[in-house]
Write a protein that binds this ligand. Sequence first.
Ligand SMILES: Cc1ncc(COP(=O)(O)O)c(C=O)c1O
Length: 423
Amino acid sequence: MQTPIRQRVASIVQKPEVKRLLTAQEIIDREDRFGGRHFKLLPVVLTRGQGVFLWDVEGKKYLDFLAGFVAVSQGHCHPRLVKTMRDQAEKLTHTSRAYYTEPLGALSEYLTNLFGWDRFIPMNTGVEAGDTALKLARRWAYRTKKIPSNRASILFAKGNFWGRSLAAVSSSTDPNCCTDFGPFMPLFDTVPYDDLKALESKFKADPNICAFMMEPIQGEAGVIVPTEGYLRGVGELCTKYNILWIADEVQTGLGRTGDRLAIDHEKQRPDILILGKALSGGMYPVSGVLADEQIVFGLETGSRGSTFAGNPIGAAVALEAVKILAEEKLAENAKNLGKILRVELEKLPKDIAREIRGRGLLAGVLVNKEIADGWDVCLRLRDAGLLSRPAHGQIIRISPPLTITEDQLREGIHILTSTVLSY
Ligand SMILES: Cc1ncc(COP(=O)(O)O)c(C=O)c1O
């Protein structure tokens, strides 16, 4: 039975304010006691980050091999990002899109010039940017492709992950994401990833498909790299059947896989590109969508918006974050160090490390469950001074900040390999 509200408020008011520093365990217990239950956290309490390193409340130093789920590509507390954020915070933080401010135009101009699409629509999180892309596709479906009203369908790759909103889980094939969240969005369909034949059959069978949304490398599915030629094939089929290609590069974009964008690997240009995560270097939630005029014009006044999207702090930080990626040549670093990473990890015995996946500094090691549990591996890595997290239980993610040096990477590889070999 629920405690009456008056009693609950009284018990909060009467609690003495805690003045001393909390222990790590107390911090964990408090968060576990008052927070939601939807995330299993590695038991470590972090208090500081610099570059590729993190420190816990007891002063222990860790190599960060997760980079905030790939958001902190520029490294923790990059001095240029901290300065930009501080400077902008002292001037103007938020006005809403009711008015013009200088930073958003600067960011949009920079991104459109850098990547070669006509326009940039800002959002905050990756899932909102994905939703924006789908709205653009539906408007295009009815107003340009002339699909009958309310009949436009959208195809997604199986194993996709683009967030956790109801629209996003409507396209999910992962039971953890979608079980008991129905009813789902109608006319969302899925097709096996990395299968051009299956894709063409779907395109042929349904003239009302307006868009195919996919990740050039599937991150959350366990770092699934498609076979060479898949991206080119997707581009050709989308053109042939007059279907918009939406590339979700929230995880793979902005240098992570060793190219500016993961689609650059096959020199492709989708109709709509979704960016997020590293777009603001982990300083502030900034995401967005790039597309050309003939697609963007479908969303007119009132059809899309968000209180915080495009605000001065986010836009200023994002502009500096993308400049850092280019000026510090972080994609090149990811490409070079990614090769070393792969060579070293491939030396692990295949009975323990079943598969090494990835490109650039987005990698995964599939650990044999019969020998070691993925969560336990991450606990041992933590004890040895490296932080990561498994995907789908057994895939140890490797995605350090792109500012990592060769020595730091080799140190991390040493911790990883000796930990895996300790089983
Ligand atoms: C490919 C991809 N798209 C979208 C998202 C959702 O981003 P956010 O968590 O910022 O909503 C993620 C998050 O991991 C992702 O990996």
